[in-house]
Design a protein around this ligand. Structure first.
Ligand SMILES: [Zn+2]
Length: 497
């Protein structure tokens, strides 16, 4: 049998317990000799680098192990923990060795019976998820690489096909011989201005560009198709926007013209859906099913009607509410959510103090964050040690490590986030307090469009029954103010976030 040796000393606090490299090698050679194993290669980690994440000798060893031409049966270490510094690395390496049918042996422990050996076997099962999580990170990395080369990492959109590369390793996007020209045609037709989305969908269906069931493509999808920059030869993917390697189906000028048209027609829809006479548009909510309500006008009568009800009676049986009835309730509702001036004055003063204290607070917060991050690191080490010692089950270990990492990500996000400048925060608080104290006064002189904007700013939804307004939910931070009007800290926190 052939074997490969791997030796390393740690540079941390365990150093004094370690055998030196020559001693480790000596013990391993003797061990191999006793078993008639032929030592074919030796990998020795240079001392200083053991601390860094990339241990070159281990990387070289793993690269060797991955080499299909390698003829070896055993990887021998002095102690199991020489190979990997944590159980995850260990399990990963073990998985690689198992896959290549290479045995892992240790001078000190009998690998498969040893506690770490058992551990590894246990971990193999419990770690599978982690492993696949890592794998998906790798996959994502691969996808990003592909995108940066102008490729597309997913199934290509309508009108294109994915074709395997000549070397069989990857794939690239080509124009679908039949559907591609139809997609080009869709852009040209729409650009003429003579086609609406529905008419275009029907025309395309006649020409042979249809949904899988053979029916016209839904309008929302036609719109998405026309707005997809991929057709103009661009690859837009997770913050990347570059020229793709695929042939465009719409010339950039044509694509831009289509975007203009799409935008202008949307505005038309907006004009039709005017808030004139319907200041509750967008916040009106059905009291019975909590569905959105639509605004309707029949002759001189205006109504709010549950959108589900207008779609099908069976879905909601709520009766409509006359718009003037609902609007008449607005004064009551606005007054109900208004804060009294002495309360807001107290809030204003408290927030001033808080803003003044922000500088010091920010520094101490940064310190606390740093300390918390360090503590998290220590706890993860402690967990891993407890796990290695067998006092923690793999499931429990994983659960806790996951929780730690979640918390770490959150803290790291906080450390990166720049705080809002004092002036901006002050201005935001002022305008919020102005609205909170004078909602009805502010509301009255406005035109319907501004009234509607003010209402949607303050209210998340206003619940409407046939007799008028029955309730409401406030948006942040107005809900915070209602919950604890005197708690300025909460207001600042909700704005600071
Ligand atoms: Zn309803």
């Amino acid at each position: 049998m052939n074997c490969i040796l791997y030796a390393r000393v740690s540079t941390d606090r365990q150093a004094e317990k370690d055998l030196s490299i020559p001693a480790q090698l000596g013990a391993m050679r003797a061990f191999a000799h006793q078993r008639n194993w032929l030592v074919s290669e030796e990998f020795v980690e240079p001392g200083a680098s053991a601390k860094t994440a990339e241990r070159p000798a281990l990387q070289a060893l793993l690269a060797r192990v991955r080499d299909p031409k390698l003829q070896t049966d055993v990887v021998l270490v002095h102690k199991i923990d020489r190979l990997a510094r944590n159980v995850y690395d260990h399990a990963t390496i073990k998985a690689l060795l198992t896959q290549r049918r290479i045995q892992l042996a240790s001078v000190v422990e009998n690998v498969d019976d040893s506690v770490p050996g058992q551990l590894v076997e246990n971990i193999m099962a419990s770690i599978a998820q982690f492993y696949s999580a890592n794998l998906s990170e790798e996959v994502k990395k691969g996808m990003r690489q592909k995108v940066l080369r102008g490729g597309w990492p997913h199934l290509p959109p309508r009108g294109y096909v994915s074709v395997r590369d000549a070397d069989g390793c990857g794939s690239h996007v080509e124009v679908h011989p039949r559907l591609g020209p139809l997609v080009s045609c869709a852009f040209e037709l729409y650009a003429t201005g003579h086609y609406g989305l529905r008419a275009l969908a029907l025309r395309l269906c006649d020409d042979g560009l249809a949904s899988r069931s053979g029916r016209p493509i839904p309008i929302s999808q036609v719109r998405r198709l026309l707005a997809n920059p991929f057709y103009a030869g661009r690859v837009v993917w997770r913050g990347v926007d570059i020229r793709g390697a695929h042939p465009p189906l719409a010339a950039p000028e044509l694509f831009e013209r289509v975007q203009e048209l799409l935008k202008s027609r949307r505005r038309d829809v907006g004009r039709q859906g005017s808030v004139r006479g319907f200041v509750l548009r967008g916040v009106a909510t059905c009291a019975q099913c909590r569905g959105r309500m639509t605004a309707e006008q029949h002759g001189k009568w205006r109504y709010y009607r549950c959108s589900r009800q207008s779609y099908s009676r069976q879905r909601c049986s709520a009766r409509f509410c006359r718009a003037d009835v609902a609007h008449a309730d607005l004064e009551r509702v606005c007054n109900a959510v208004m804060l009294n001036r002495s309360v807001t004055e107290a809030i204003r003063q408290q927030t001033e103090q808080l803003i003044a204290g922000r500088g010091a607070q920010r520094e101490s917060q940064a310190d606390t964050l740093k300390q918390d991050l360090a503590k998290l690191g220590q706890r993860e080490v402690a967990l891993t040690e407890a796990f290695s010692a067998g006092t923690l089950s793999p499931t429990e270990y994983r659960r806790r490590v996951l929780a730690l990492r979640e918390r770490r990500r959150e803290l790291e996000r906080l450390t990166r986030q720049p705080p809002i400048p004092d002036e901006q925060l002050r201005a935001r608080i002022k305008s919020i307090l102005d609205v909170a104290t004078s909602l009805w006064d502010l509301y009255q002189p406005l035109d319907d469009e501004r009234r509607n904007r003010l209402l949607t700013l303050v209210f998340r939804l206003i619940v409407i029954g046939p007799e008028g307004i029955l309730g409401y939910t406030l948006n942040r931070p107005f809900d915070e103010l209602r919950k604890s009007p005197k708690d300025a800290a909460r207001l600042v926190a909700s704005l600071d976030a």
